[in-house]
Every structure is written in C-alpha cells, then in structure tokens.
Design a protein around this ligand. Sequence first.
Ligand code: MTE
Ligand code: CO
Length: 424
Amino acid sequence: MTSPAKPDPLSRRRFLGGAAIAGAGLAGTGLAHAETGKPDPLITEVQDWSRYLGEGVDKRPYGTPSRFEKHVMRRDVSWLTASPESSVNFTPLHELDGIITPSGLCFERHHGGIADIEPANHRLMIHGLVDKPLVFTMEDLKRMPRQNRIYFLECAANSGMEWRGAQLNGCQFTHGMVHNVMYTGVPLKTLLAEAGVKTNAKWLLLEGADSSGMNRSLPLEKALDDVLIAFAMNGEALRPEQGYPLRAVIPGWEGNLWVKWLRRIEVGDQPWQAREETSKYTDLLADGRSRRFTFFMDAKSVVTNPSPQAPLKQKGRNVLSGLAWSGRGTIKRVDVTLDGGKNWQHARIDGPVLDKSLTRFYVDFDWTGQDLLIQSRAMDSTGYLQPTKEELRKIRGTNSIYHNNGIQTWHVKANGETENVEIG
Ligand code: MTE
Ligand code: CO
C-alpha cells in the first residue's frame, strides 16, 4: 500500500535526467511506502526489467521457476542415510501454499536409486490366483478407462526422528516426507476384473522394477476399493523419481505401499512377509511387542509458517499457514494455539477439502512481539483428534520410527526466530 508524501528530490532528479519511461508519472507524485512513510525508489524509478525487452518464447520449451526461487528445493539430511541411492529428501513445505505439491518438489524415497525405464519396454504382469494371467504394455493401460484423483502420500517414517524429543529444525525435515498431487490412472479393480481373481484370493504382492525390486503385500479388499495404477501426476507423465512410467497409488495408506516402477502384481491367499513388512514398517510398542501392518496414516497437521526455516519477520499483521491430512477421510476441523495450549481457536480452512488429501489452513493474526508456542491439531471426518506426542509415547514408547502423528510445537522468540521444541 502507498500513501502520498513529500516529493523525493533524489528520485525526481533521476527521473528528469533519465529516459522517458513507462510509469514515469509516478515520480512526480512522491508516493511513499506504507510502513516506513518514506518514498520508495522501486516504484518511482524505472527498473531494468521495464526498460529492456524480456526473453523470447523460444528460450524455455519446458518452464522452470524464477531464478530468484532457487532456495525453494528438496533437501536431504546428510547423516540420516549411508548412500544417496537408498535415501530420502524432503518437500520444502514452508515454501509452498495451497494443497498441490509441484512435481519437482515432491520428496523422494528410494531403496535402490531411480530406475531409468523406457516406457515402450515396460510391462505390468498380473498373475497368481487369477483365471487368466495378463501382461499389459503402457499403451494397453492408456486405452482403459481412467480416473483423476488428488491424494497425499506420506512415508510412514515421516517425523520418525522426533520420537525421543524435538530434533530437526524445520518442517521440511520434521514433516516433509509428504506430497499431494493429482494422479491419473486405471483403477486396479478394472485390471483385476480382466484377469479374473479366484475366490480364495485375499492378498496381492506389488513389485517394483527398480534395482531394489521393492515389494509389499496389499489386502485384496483395498485393491478392489480405491487403488489406482497411475501413469501421470499433475497432468503430465510421472517424474522418474516418482516411479515413471507406472506406480501404485494406495490412498490414505503408508507411502511404502505405493510401489514405484510397478512391474508385477501377484495374487495370493496370504501376505508374503516381505522385508519391508517384517524387518521394516512394523511398529515397536512400549511393551516390546511389534505391531504388523499399520497401513493407515492417521490424522496429522503441521504449521508450515512460521516455522524454523520461515521465521516471523515483522510485528503486526501476519498469516499463520499450515497443512492437515488424514488417511481415513477428510479434514473436519483444525485447532491452533499460539500460547502452548492455553487457548485454542479454529483455523480458517481454505481451498478444496478432499478425501485423503492435504488440506490448507490459516490463522490471520497480529503479532505484538511476544514469545509464541504454536501448535495445530487436526480432526478428521471419523471424529479422531490428532494426539499429543506424550499420548502417543504412552502406547508406542520411544523406540518407534514409523507413524508419528503427534502434535508439533514451534517456539517463536521475540526476535522472530523459530525453533522446534516440546512442551510438557
Ligand atoms: N517403490 C519402489 N519400487 N522402490 C522404492 O524404493 N520406496 C517407497 C515407495 N515405493 C520405494 C517404492 C517408499 S518407502 C515411499 S515413502 C514412497 O515410495 C515414496 O514415494 P516418492 O518417492 O514418490 O515420494
Ligand atoms: Co517410505
């Protein structure tokens, strides 16, 4: 916003000596900056981008973000894994808005690097307890009835470093193993109907074509419900790192099940007890026993701004922003506290509220410069309320890795700096 003020002799002089330019009339009016009351040369003087021709349409056949957005990127935590091929990087949640994750910023998790697959040479096989084993090419799949659906994918290990206390400083690292895109694909039930599933079938094995050949057992019931065999995300072909040319989409369930570079589906009558469902992706409980097959991702939320990588910059008017999601349905309500849980208010949800999708919320607030202890807690359409970390630890202990959906706390200090903390 601007308001009238005394003409600035400096910018007037520059204007008089300068070329005749678009917007030059502003110089004489002496418009001042709303906050400082001082004249702002960025509006009274002509900048280079107004003075010279811009780049032509032939320079960017595939567009990329502005060069001033280079800091918006996936990041990894170097000490977390031994090699980049079996590793993870994180979505920069604090730099994003709305509910769709841009394809190039979706976190990546691979066990054997990114498979480089020529789609013409890719096949999907369905076999096992079926009347007719089938092999599909990509072209075959693209001639079958398809659907478009927006879903979040969350790795079960998201927030896994936080079980023993606040650790990583940034929502990118504490919560960035989640992304939300629109998938295009063929319902798995269509493919299974074509193969003819035998009556004693109960489970499927999904297997990837990457060097890790990652595989997981999936209950047939889920496969016949809402699973998609997707070839596109956000309107274009899947990205290589997201499973090009084909991936499984298992709405609301842990990311590990969403097999990328999908090449084989075997139909059976019991789970396979694969590595990823025995040695990994089981939840160690406080009493020492392990819980198998925790498929659902329960309701969770996080305030993305402010957060450690996005501190508060200015007193007065501010926007708190965050994300909420549930693997069991839609988000019904998000509560936010600024004082460590003494007072809660309902956040303002804006944008689409979709089943098993990220949902965006805001709290428009005035910051007087006092310390804040910010938390958000999501309630989903089943009535389930996101638990505190202490409530989770009572059941799960502190030796868990997976399925940490506890309430996150950010401490905003008087200088705006923001830190990952826990309060008792
Ligand atoms: N599929 C294959 N074939 N290989 C893999 O390493 N990683 C799994 C799953 N599917 C994996 C895979 C894990 S643990 C997760 S969380 C998701 O893919 C990550 O999907 P993304 O890389 O699109 O974020
Ligand atoms: Co994962």
